[in-house]
Write a protein that binds this ligand. Structure first.
Ligand SMILES: C[S@@+](CC[C@H](N)C(=O)[O-])C[C@H]1O[C@@H](n2cnc3c(N)ncnc32)[C@H](O)[C@@H]1O
Length: 224
């Protein structure tokens, strides 16, 4: 299989269905769990992302889409960066997530779509973002290996993500399996250099990335 492999999924279709269902079950508590489990650092990651693409956001005619938008936090941050110009759009394949996003954004351009089959013509967008969504896709290029933050931080983070995170996330959302899947999917995700290479191979000649927060997160930027 070329992407995420939740336990028991025998095909890409089953993996995608499991992921969609799992996010549907945690959608009502997703924001709370996210902010708590990341110690609110997720806000900084989004702000950093917006800062890195501000030169595109400030173009009045820019068409911007955040895929796998979940409850819409990055869409909202991108929209604020647009200063009233055509708002950034958001898409996700999980209906309950989009309902939460709609409540937060007060409407706005949101649509339900699988990120592997976007209902858009080629080159329709000036900027496409994805935050913590790519890892859940049922198909991405092979060669996955463990993400490696610096060793000391890595040990702490490993303990946190394997032991504490499932317990806390499970208690908040009532879906412990979702928060067991989370660290498992992180472990399978390619290292930053590897993901950058995959992006180049997929047709982005200019790729840069920066590690944030001791390497537990990497922000990749690809230009054509
Ligand atoms: C970990 S959440 C991230 C949400 C949001 N981007 C954030 O940063 O909080 C992953 C999201 O990706 C969505 N997702 C996963 N696979 C998808 C796919 N193939 N197509 C569309 N959305 C997908 C899930 O429904 C979920 O809302």
């Amino acid at each position: 299989m070329k992407g995420t492999t939740p336990a028991g999924a025998r095909s890409e279709r089953e993996a995608a269905a499991w992921v969609r269902d799992m996010f549907g079950r945690v959608a009502h508590r997703y924001d709370l769990a996210n902010h708590l489990l990341s110690f609110n650092i997720d806000r900084y990651w989004r702000a950093r992302t917006v800062a890195r693409v501000r030169h595109i956001l400030t173009r009045p005619e820019a068409r911007v889409l955040d895929i796998c938008c979940g409850t819409g936090d990055l869409v909202r941050a991108l929209q604020r960066g647009r200063h009233g110009e055509t708002p950034a759009m958001g898409s996700d394949f999980c209906h309950p997530m989009l309902l939460a996003a709609r409540a937060k954004l007060g409407g706005g351009p949101l649509f339900e779509a699988d990120a592997l089959e976007l209902p858009l013509v080629d080159a329709a967008l000036d900027l496409i973002t994805v935050a913590f969504g790519f890892r859940n896709l049922a198909n991405y290029d092979a060669g996955l290996r463990e993400m490696r933050p610096n060793p000391l931080f890595g040990a702490l983070y490993g303990f946190y993500s394997r032991r504490l995170l499932p317990a806390i996330g499970g208690a908040i959302s009532g879906a412990r399996d979702a928060y067991t899947y989370l660290p498992e999917s992180v472990v399978k995700f390619p290292a930053p250099e590897e993901l950058a290479e995959m992006m180049r191979a997929a047709g982005f000649p200019h790729v840069e990335f920066e590690r944030l927060t001791g390497g537990i997160v990497a922000l990749h930027l690809g230009r054509v």
